[in-house]
Design a protein around this ligand. Structure first.
Ligand SMILES: *Cc1c(COP(=O)(O)O)cnc(C)c1O
Ligand SMILES: [Zn+2]
Length: 409
């Protein structure tokens, strides 16, 4: 028996064979990978996972790739850091950083989803991969297309941070900058996907791509010694990561890999682009699209594809959503650097700023265990720190001049 049964519509339950489709023909609902958990239960155990490779592929039994993967051999398996200094600063006893700012090869959690997406694209016989991206996805697709020997087209908003543009160009894909916001880029890509026979990571093979997000959470559960934390705080752009955190905890519980203990899942977004958090705060179960205006560009999706499912996941877990302003995002980036020596990008600043708010308001109490998902690297968004870090002291190469400087410090 195979571990993957096929695809299933999240809305009407219509079933589809494994194929590069993402929308239900009948109700336009999104499709999701459906597994044969009875079959998986026969294969998987804590021991089988622990003896697997040191990458996201140690969870291959729960990923929708049938053959051997073709990339991502060193992606995932990032550190879970017990953040003592940060905990002291925030007055909490057990706070952990899941540090995907050092995920290989392109320093964001998108390397996980892309490893799965491109391996699946190859199984579907595509020779060209593509994506609409706020930056990190573009970097991951461009880099891993090289490993996988696939042609690559990248579509990004024209106003992205330089680090994220160069971080794609270096791998020699065709990079197309669109005058518009991410949501315009995504709409154009949907039209292109109808005409060109390409695998778009986050469009026609999205159901497979999205499954890769689960590995961030699987790792946390394993690294905590096979248990789930009291609180999990993660950022949302399209909302996929949040839904997959809920799914991975449930899968590990159902497979008997961890005990059933409650984990509240909280979602972090920027005030300048927080449609999922808005819906949670309003108690609404639909998403009102917004026009993004924030420094957290990697999270700047105004009309999130998985928004309503993210809302559902958070509500079901008993969690909540909170915004962070651009100023709070920068402060939190500086705090994480100053306490834990971790340089995260604006998305990480958003998540930590929201964590701080939940602790300060008493929503999270001081003795509960907290995991903060840090999903990207600060070297890609240095623009956010313009005027925020003091410039170096410039001196002539003379000991006397240095001594002079020392008297002024
Ligand atoms: C894409 C991205 C996210 C959010 O991912 P979704 O699954 O689309 O919600 C979070 N952090 C970073 C750094 C990202 O690039
Ligand atoms: Zn349907």
């Amino acid at each position: 028996m195979e571990k993957v049964l096929g695809l299933k519509c999240r809305e009407c339950g219509e079933q589809y064979p494994k194929s590069p489709v993402h929308v239900c023909e009948f109700c336009f609902g999104p499709l999701e990978v459906e597994y044969n958990y009875e079959e998986i239960a026969k294969r998987i155990s804590r021991q089988s996972i622990e003896s697997g490779p040191y990458s996201l592929w140690r969870y291959a039994d729960l990923l929708p790739v049938d053959g051997e993967p073709i990339c991502g051999f060193h992606s995932g398996f990032t550190p879970l850091i017990q953040a003592k200094n940060l905990g002291n600063e925030l007055g909490v006893k057990q706070i952990y950083i899941k540090d995907d700012s050092v995920c290989r090869p392109t320093l964001s959690f998108k390397d996980r989803v892309v490893a799965v997406a491109l391996s699946k694209a190859k199984e579907f016989d595509f020779d060209t991969v593509s994506c609409a991206s706020t930056g990190n996805l573009a970097n991951a697709v461009a880099a891993q297309a090289v490993t996988a020997n696939l042609n690559c087209f990248i579509f990004i908003p024209s106003d992205l941070e330089l680090g994220k543009v160069v971080g794609s160009q270096i791998y020699n894909p065709t990079v197309v900058g669109i005058h518009g916001a991410y949501d315009d880029v995504n709409r154009l890509c949907s039209e292109i996907a109808d005409v060109y026979p390409w695998a778009f990571a986050n469009i026609n093979i999205r159901p497979f791509y999205a499954e890769g997000s689960k590995t961030l959470c699987y790792e946390v559960l394993e690294q905590l010694g096979w248990r789930s934390p009291d609180h999990f705080i993660a950022p949302a752009a399209g909302g996929s990561l949040i839904t997959k955190i809920g799914k991975s905890i449930k899968e590990f519980q159902d497979l008997g890999l961890i005990e059933k203990s409650p984990t509240q899942i909280h979602v972090a977004q920027a005030e300048g682009c927080g449609p999922i958090v808005n819906a949670l705060k309003e108690g609404s179960d639909f998403i009102k699209p917004v026009r993004p205006d924030t420094i957290a560009k990697s999270l700047a999706i105004g009309n999130p594809a998985d928004g309503i499912y993210a809302v559902e996941t958070v509500n079901k877990s008993g969690g909540c959503g909170e915004h962070a302003t651009d100023a709070e995002i920068v402060e939190a980036m500086k705090l994480l650097a100053a306490t834990e020596g971790i340089f995260t990008e604006t998305a990480g600043g958003t998540t930590l700023a929201v964590t701080q708010k939940l602790i300060q308001s008493g929503r999270i109490s001081t003795d509960e265990s907290i995991v903060v998902a840090i999903t990207g690297n600060g070297l890609k968004t240095v623009e956010a720190l313009d005027d925020e870090v003091s410039p170096p002291h410039l001196i002539q190469p003379q000991l006397s001049t240095f001594k002079e400087l020392m008297t002024t410090l």
